[in-house]
Design a protein around this ligand. Structure first.
Ligand code: GLY
Length: 341
């Protein structure tokens, strides 16, 4: 005998089917399509095109953006990430990266990993093949080697020379003879962040970096911290950051930006509100006499419906985007006017 519950279920199903048939509609509606968009920091101009083409070709959105950031990781000329990234105080290149895959709600991260040029791929391997989210230092490297990644020297001759110049000018009383050349000492908190939404509305995010130049060995910035360096929620959107990681970690800036979008704010309002929070959380020693931070930082925000924006403290920064109008640089919104040179 069918139970009352079976009967009710079959009646409801029959009613739904006949209603759908009357309106010639499928019973299970497909999710609405959106327009694919890839958003990145300005150094991702080549990468957003590669990622966009892969997404349009049907690739998973996280795989696509990781192939986008791999271009910078493997480019020895980009001194803010991967091979050729500026080293720590001891002349060792230590890399950070993290990623999130919206549709499967998974994340992976590595911090202070040495000898592997593509930490974004190691972060994805942590996500794909372990029950953990974050591996750091020697353990992260051993995991990468076990997964088949190849170890290489990431310190190029150019970055070694920059490190030597930094050492030579570190302190007038130390044992290193000061150089007399005028070459400016490079410093970077550069990084590459990339976010994408595909035609199904699936979202992913990735951030990878060599971190703060000349950092204390073992320093980990915001990039590998899920919710700071990048974050995505497949129901809302994605966000990420480049610039001074110590400032971002305190406000969980990528998570906060996604939360502002969840509240209904447009991406450009969300990044500005995150910047305002960051300024409010800046310790006095890092404020200029006018009360504004003495560093810069950027946030990138991509909504599920394809709207996007990037924001910077001081006017002048750009970001990269690719959609059906092609790859291009656009201007970040800013909290303050450009700093005088
Ligand atoms: N945002 C990169 C870093 O501070 O390490």
């Amino acid at each position: 005998m069918p139970t009352r519950r079976d009967f009710l279920a079959s009646t409801v199903a029959a009613a739904a089917l006949s209603s759908a048939q009357r309106h010639h509609a499928p019973v299970a509606l497909a999710p609405p399509l959106t327009r694919p968009v890839v958003l990145a920091s300005a150094n991702g101009l080549r990468g957003v095109k590669v990622a966009y083409d892969r997404i349009v070709g049907g690739a998973d959105c996280l795989d696509a953006i990781i192939s986008g950031v791999n271009i910078q990781e493997l480019d020895a000329e980009d001194q803010s990430v991967g091979l050729g990234g500026l080293p720590n105080a001891e002349g060792v290149v230590q890399l950070d990266a993290s990623c999130m895959h919206g549709p499967s709600k998974r994340a992976g991260s590595v911090g202070a990993i040495e000898g592997i040029a593509t930490p974004s791929l190691v972060a994805k391997a942590v996500m794909d093949y372990t029950d953990h989210i974050m591996l750091v230092g020697e353990g992260a490297k051993r995991f990468a080697l076990a997964m088949g990644f190849k170890e290489q020297n990431l310190l190029t001759e150019k970055t070694r020379q920059d490190w030597l110049r930094w050492k030579a000018r570190l302190n007038k009383d130390d044992a290193w003879l000061d150089h007399n050349d005028d070459v400016a000492i490079k410093f970077t908190t550069g990084t590459i962040n990339m976010n994408a939404v595909d035609a199904r509305g699936d979202i992913s995010s990735v951030t990878t970096t060599s971190g703060m130049a000349w950092k204390i060995p073992g320093r980990i910035g915001d990039s590998p911290v899920i919710g700071a360096g990048q974050y995505c929620d497949n129901t809302v959107g994605a966000a990420g950051s480049t610039g001074r990681g110590e400032a971002n970690i305190k406000v969980c800036g990528a998570f906060l930006t996604v939360e502002f979008m969840r509240q209904g704010l447009a991406p450009e309002v969300a990044v500005l509100k995150t910047l305002e929070r960051l300024v409010a959380m800046t310790e006095p020693r890092l404020l200029r006499p006018d009360g504004r931070p003495n560093f810069d930082i950027q946030f990138y925000a991509l909504a599920k419906d394809g709207r996007y924006a990037a924001g910077t403290l001081y006017d002048g920064a750009q970001f990269a985007v690719c959609d059906d109008r092609g790859a291009r640089l656009e201007k970040c919104v800013s909290l303050y006017p450009r700093l005088p040179r």
